[in-house]
Design a protein around this ligand. Structure first.
Ligand code: SF4
Ligand code: SF4
Length: 441
């Protein structure tokens, strides 16, 4: 079958060979974890614990009464030493719970084993909400909200593209937790009322495609869709276009197109939440880079400090290297190694100076048109970067800057090294504010 794709995007080096064949392994538990109270898009959580409290693995430690939010849970047994502001991976500080781990036993032991078939849709959504699930591919949108569409949905699209270089955690999950993935997909399908499920996988993961295709032979309504290897194949709009052929109009949500898109890791976590009541207290993280002593795909407790992860993987950061949480295109370069791993962290990458995009001076736009050619949202990134630099918000609105999905391709292809995506990212909060004021004012 010919691999499907979308118009635009770019072929970029994969760098997946360091970890793609390494089986998932559990990482040791750190002496302490720092768990940010709000790791999702939506209303912030209030702490449910205070300094000195003893906590158990899986205990809820932060929650909100708002619908668009997701609770957080203790990932280790221990004692709360602080509820305070700690360095956050995306910059600045975030209100977090610091737990000093006690003892050697930090596994989650389920007290239930439920049959999803015997549960109502509301019970399924509630189990997913209580487990604090968010989009684990990077989006961090609360999953229970995502699977409560207000308009009819016909298709669930599972995102197994994993289109960013280095990352292989989803690849390994599709191979090693295939049954849970299929069971999780059925749960999601029931929640959204979809009759079809497509698992989109880039063709550089032939073993995962092959395995899931065989397993789905007798599953009517579920199929694997091989995708061309191209960045950003795994974004919502590009995935929807590639798999269903449907265009996502400006301002539309995927549910408006009859689709709900979920990451494969989130889908497996959804299965564990529903069947075992397991909260999102750990996730698989790819630790990679040419100088990582022990690269791999590790199950890491949420809140594990980055410097502990680096120690466990025999990394001695060299002068000028870049440590990134997430993928190299959309992840965040860390300014300190203190932050704890968050629910949406797909990787910890150690990029040596020759791979890290150095802070080179950028030039004026030479109007080569490359960024326009590659932009998967069919925007004019060259214009947007100029308007964003000058904070010309009327023009940014006119040129649809809010449609930017922050894929970073424009910066990657620009011969003048213009940090286009950074410019466009910085003006988004103000654009949102203006849009809100326009709607309510
Ligand atoms: S303008 Fe936005 S969507 Fe277009 S290439 Fe740049 S980062 Fe990607
Ligand atoms: S790629 Fe860079 S130089 Fe070329 S048009 Fe875009 S902003 Fe200008």
């Amino acid at each position: 079958m010919k691999a499907k794709t979308f118009k635009g995007g770019a072929h970029i080096p994969h760098y997946k060979s360091w970890t793609e064949h390494i089986e998932i392994e559990k990482m040791a538990v750190a002496p302490y974890v720092i768990i940010p109270l709000s790791q999702h898009i939506g209303a912030p959580n209030e702490p449910l614990v205070k300094k000195g409290d003893k906590v158990k693995v899986g205990q809820k430690i932060g929650d909100s009464t708002e619908f668009i939010s997701a609770p957080v849970h203790a990932s280790a047994n221990g004692v709360v030493t602080d509820v305070d502001y700690f360095p956050y991976y995306a910059g600045g500080e975030a209100l977090s719970v610091r737990i000093e781990s006690e003892g050697d036993e930090h596994e989650f032991h389920p007290t239930v084993q439920r049959d999803p078939e015997s549960m109502s849709v509301e019970e399924l959504r509630s189990a997913i909400r209580e487990a604090g699930l968010v989009g684990m591919g990077g989006a961090a949108f609360p999953t229970h909200a995502n699977i409560s569409p207000k308009t009819p949905v016909d298709s669930l699209l599972l995102n197994g593209a994993e289109c960013e270089p280095f990352l292989t955690c989803d690849h390994r999950l599709m191979l090693e937790k295939s049954e849970e993935l299929i069971a999780g997909a059925k749960i999601m399908m029931r929640c959204i009322g979809a009759e079809k499920c497509y698992i989109g996988i880039e063709v550089n993961k032939p073993d995962a495609i092959d395995k899931l295709q065989k397993m789905l032979e007798n599953e009517p309504g579920m199929e694997v869709v091989p995708l061309e290897v191209k960045y950003p194949q795994g974004y919502k709009s590009t995935l929807i276009k590639a798999i269903t052929g449907r265009d996502v109009p400006r301002g539309a949500r995927s549910a408006d197109l009859g689709c709900v898109v979920r990451n494969v890791g989130t889908t497996i976590a959804g299965y564990e939440a529903v069947v075992y009541g397991k909260p999102l207290i750990e996730r698989v993280v790819t630790v990679s880079g040419p100088k990582v002593g022990k690269p791999g795909n590790y199950i890491v407790k949420i809140g594990t400090p980055v410097d502990f992860i680096l120690q466990q993987c025999d990394v001695v950061p060299e002068e000028g290297c870049k440590i990134v949480m997430g993928g190299p295109m959309t992840g965040k370069a860390l300014t300190t190694l203190e932050p704890g791993i968050v629910k949406s962290a797909t990787g910890i990458l150690v990029l040596p100076p020759d791979m890290a995009s150095a802070e080179v001076p950028y030039t004026d736009c030479v109007r080569c048109g490359k960024c326009v050619e590659y932009c998967p949202m069919h925007l004019y990134p060259n214009q947007l970067s100029i308007y964003a630099e000058a904070e010309l918000y009327d023009l940014l609105e006119k040129w649809n800057a809010s449609d930017c999905m922050d894929c970073g391709i424009c910066s990657y292809v620009c011969p003048g090294h213009r940090p286009i995506a950074d410019f466009v990212r910085k003006i988004q909060p103000e654009l949102k504010e203006r849009s809100r004021a326009g709607k309510t004012g």
